[in-house]
Ligand binder design. Structure first.
Ligand code: ATP
Length: 360
């Protein structure tokens, strides 16, 4: 059994808003798991139920094998880190970190040892006597992490802990949190709406939408094998391109067709397409899997070129459908001109037009 196990967890708020439904996840020992999804998908509510800050409507929560459904937060042996740090402004850094331990009547020597160790790990030893207002945002976030570490919890729960930091510091703190996790090896459940944060930090990612888990997988697996169109479009920058296509049979060969699209279906796909008798579908292709080639199977008009130095991002129109591709910095077609593309079909995906489920 993992450190945290959620069984069919559900939260319905007064007024009938179902924030989380059928959340059924086993969080492994020492794993760094990121829950990601758009605003309102139920990430924070899930985390708050695990913490005991929000009452669940139904389902079970176990922490280290103990059923904690009705246990108050302080008895769950978890430590939470929030986006607003929630530091006490009138206490210095040392006292902020020591406060939770004092409440638990931990002996003074032990408190001193734990605070100093955590300060050392987080490189904040020289700030111990400062008040929070005398610290930068990044330093404050370290203090908030320090306060969590000193409690020796069995799980860290982090709710968008980096969202108040500027972009550069956020990237730096991401790396620090990962290093910290490797060093102290405590299971961590981390909530963010930022898919890049999820991709760079997680051992496994849980993608949520409208209260439901869409997919649970490693970052690479989510990228390579999205379970549905939502996950495919949510993970990756720029997002995956989607082209609405019809399936046509020409002289025994299957093609995906739309205005300016005439792509041969890979042989590995034909069996399943026939089985489902697919007439229409959504073709998914990532920006790096389309390549300009004369005589290619897609014709597109160049709308915008964004040179990024290492590559160019081209915004195109395929008939009326938008498409974004990555190309080498030397490739600079004129805006308004027509280009032809070939797709790496072994990396393409096909989704059901109705329910978005991935066939490939
Ligand atoms: P964000 O990224 O914006 O914080 P989130 O994914 O964390 O979003 P939650 O805060 O878990 O989403 O909210 C999930 C849903 O539950 C939303 O529709 C929200 O409006 C609703 N909700 C949250 N708290 C309450 C509440 N106290 N009463 C009623 N509805 C609530």
């Amino acid at each position: 059994m993992g450190t945290v196990v959620c069984e069919h967890l559900r939260k319905e708020f007064a007024g009938g808003v179902v924030a989380v439904d059928d959340f059924h996840v086993d969080f492994g020992e020492n794993e760094f798991i990121v829950i990601v999804g758009p605003s309102g998908c139920g990430k924070s509510t899930t985390l708050r139920m695990i913490a005991g800050l929000e009452e669940r409507t139904s389902g079970n929560i176990y922490i280290q094998g103990r059923l904690v459904n009705d246990m108050p937060p302080r008895d769950r042996n978890i430590a939470m880190v929030f986006q607003n740090y929630a530091l006490y402004p009138h206490m210095n850094v040392y006292d902020n970190m020591a406060f939770g331990l004092k409440l638990k009547n931990v002996p003074k020597d032990e408190i001193d040892k734990r605070v100093k160790e955590a300060a050392e790990i987080l490189s904040i030893t020289s700030y111990l006597s400062r008040k929070p207002k005398e610290l930068s945002g990044g330093q404050r976030q370290r203090v908030a992490l320090g306060r969590a570490i000193v409690r020796n919890p069995s799980v860290f729960l982090m709710d968008e802990p980096l969202s108040n930091l500027d972009a550069k510091l956020r990237v730096q703190m991401r790396a620090e949190i990962i290093k910290l996790h490797r060093r102290i090896g405590v299971s961590t459940i981390y909530v963010t709406h930022d898919q890049t944060e999820a991709m760079t930090m997680a051992d496994r990612i849980i993608v949520m939408k409208d209260g439901f888990v869409q997919q649970i997988a490693s970052p690479q697996e989510l990228y390579d094998k999205p379970a549905n169109r939502f996950v495919a479009g949510f993970i990756g920058t720029p997002p995956m391109n989607f082209l609405e296509v019809s399936l046509s049979n020409q002289d025994g060969a299957l093609f995906l067709s739309a205005q300016d699209v005439h792509v041969a279906v890979p042989t590995e796909w034909t069996e399943q397409i026939k089985q489902h008798n697919l007439q229409q579908a959504t073709l998914g292709i990532r920006a790096e899997n389309a390549c300009p080639v004369d005589g290619g199977s897609i014709r597109a008009m160049v709308e915008v070129i964004e040179p990024l130095g290492s590559e160019n991002i081209l915004t195109l129109k395929v008939g009326t459908q938008p498409m974004i591709i990555r190309v080498s910095p030397e490739y600079r077609p004129a805006v308004g001109s027509m280009v032809e593309l070939d797709l790496e079909m072994q990396k393409a995906h096909l989704f059901d037009q109705e329910n978005g489920k991935a066939y490939f």
